[in-house]
Design a protein around this ligand. Structure first.
Ligand SMILES: Nc1ncnc2c1ncn2[C@@H]1O[C@H](COP(=O)(O)OP(=O)(O)OP(=O)(O)O)[C@@H](O)[C@H]1O
Ligand SMILES: Nc1ccn([C@@H]2O[C@H](COP(=O)(O)O)[C@@H](O)[C@H]2O)c(=O)n1
Length: 226
């Protein structure tokens, strides 16, 4: 098991995956994107022609859901069976249904088990794990716990700069409605006790990575001294 666990939560477009990946690379740590598991399950459910809001059918499909993810921050590859779904799980058709999958408690328990096994098997000295409930549910005892956030309009602008084929209004509405649905299930908008907030509204990407690395250094020094 990794000696150091870094837990990072935050809303959509707050920079969790890009910042966590960069921080993990700088530290020589592994990196686990937990949203990828929910997205891969949503992709799988759509692929099998199951209605994402039919929770009984979604649960019945879990037994055959053959999921794997690489935790190398330089090459995160997501597989379902033999299919490389790394890019497909980012498509809007998956993003638009993933919250319906993630709201089912038994799904959350199932994927949380996968996350904990992955963390336990991580080969490097540390692992950065990001998502929505990492600081509170998946790894509440993590050595460093961070809420990464940014003003909604800033997150919308950053996301829409990435998705140039869609209008800024559509991208903004998708981000807002996903946060609305997800925040009914887990609270990733306020920092739980002991969780340090990094607000990147006025920071550029490198400054945000540095701010996260500073928190990790501070928190891991603090915890190693009891
Ligand atoms: N501080 C920053 N300054 C500028 N751009 C940033 C900053 N942080 C992140 N970004 C950019 O914002 C976009 C969204 O970041 P990212 O995909 O990492 O967010 P996320 O929280 O993982 O989103 P989601 O939960 O929707 O998957 C990316 O293009 C990323 O490069
Ligand atoms: N810990 C988590 C992580 C993700 N989710 C759900 O998955 C969706 C996709 O996550 P991204 O980080 O890739 O945007 C997200 O919208 C949530 O529905 C989750 O519930 N818990």
């Amino acid at each position: 098991m990794a000696d150091i666990i870094v837990a990072i939560d935050g809303p959509a477009g707050s920079g969790k995956s890009s910042v966590s990946k960069a921080a993990a690379r700088r530290l020589g740590f592994d990196y686990l994107d937990t949203g990828a598991a929910y997205r891969a399950l949503a992709w799988y459910v759509l692929d099998r022609g199951i209605a994402p809001d039919n929770s009984d059918a979604v649960l019945a499909s879990l037994g055959a859901f053959d999921y794997s993810i690489s935790i190398d921050p330089s090459e995160p590859v997501v597989m379902v069976g033999d299919a490389d779904v790394t890019d497909a799980i980012r498509e809007p058709r998956v993003s638009s249904v993933v919250s319906a999958i993630a709201r089912v408690p038994e799904v959350r328990t199932f994927v949380t088990g996968i996350f904990r096994s992955t963390i336990d098997a991580a080969p490097h000295p540390g692992i950065v794990v990001e998502g929505r409930d990492i600081t509170t549910v998946v790894a509440p005892d993590a050595d460093a716990r961070i809420l990464l956030t940014a003003a909604e309009e800033v997150r919308m602008a950053r996301r829409s700069a990435e998705l140039t084929t869609e209008s800024a209004a559509d991208v903004g509405e998708q981000l807002r409605s996903r946060d609305r649905a997800d925040s009914r299930v887990v609270d990733f908008l306020t920092a739980a006790d002991g969780v340090v907030t990094v607000d990147s509204t006025h920071l550029d990407f490198d400054q945000t990575v540095d701010a996260v690395l500073e928190v990790i250094a501070r928190e891991t020094t603090r915890t190693s001294h009891g």
